[in-house]
Design a protein around this ligand. Structure first.
Ligand SMILES: O=C(CO)[C@H](O)[C@H](O)COP(=O)(O)O
Length: 181
């Protein structure tokens, strides 16, 4: 879940109980990111044990842990995210101002992605906003491995091929990175 909300603290528990497997909040929306990261992990653990007890699952605990995503808006420097990078599962670099779909991709966010990929090689890095067949190459080359795409898929006559293209471009870039290392 990408929570584009103020006071993200108040929705962790409801989302965990509802079965979310990832809780992404905005760095700009909280005064205490460290406490919120801890809270997300703890709530994930709790709801996981409830699910386990109800369904009598024992060996698949990892399936229902709540992962942590941390998002930054275009105006937020990536250095503010860096101190938390080792405590999160995914960094989300917004490539439009949060609000609505159909906006123009902000290519000038790519240095943030590149910097994160260089500093944190195994971190999941997501981009969101204006990403489609025309822009995904830039994201993938910079180091993004998770893509949010709305308009490019929904407005296409062949959504399946757009999704496949986005996937392939990212996985080829990731493969190339691992060979270069
Ligand atoms: O929610 C958004 C911004 O707030 C996203 O940009 C949106 O979901 C993705 O849509 P699009 O690919 O059309 O930019």
């Amino acid at each position: 879940m990408h929570m584009m909300v103020s006071k993200p603290e108040q929705w962790v528990k409801p989302m965990a109980v509802a079965g979310a497997n990832q809780y992404t909040f905005h760095l700009e929306a909280t005064e205490n990111p460290g406490a919120l990261i801890k809270d997300i992990r703890e709530n994930g653990m709790k709801s996981c044990s409830v699910v386990q007890a109800e369904l009598q699952w024992h060996s698949q605990a990892y399936l229902c842990l709540l992962q942590v995503g941390l998002a930054i808006k275009p105006g937020t420097s990536v250095e503010y995210l860096a101190p938390w990078a080792n405590q999160i599962d995914m960094a989300l670099v917004m490539t439009v101002e949060p609000g609505f779909g159909g906006q123009k991709f902000m290519e000038d966010m790519m240095p943030k992605v590149h910097w994160l990929r260089t500093q944190f090689p195994s971190l999941d890095i997501e981009v969101d906003g204006g990403v489609g067949p025309d822009t995904v190459h830039k994201c993938a080359e910079a180091g993004a491995n998770m893509i949010v795409s709305g308009s490019a898929i929904m407005r296409s006559e062949d959504p399946r091929s757009v999704i496949n293209l986005l996937r392939n471009v990212c996985s080829e870039a990731a493969q190339k990175r691992s060979l270069d290392r």
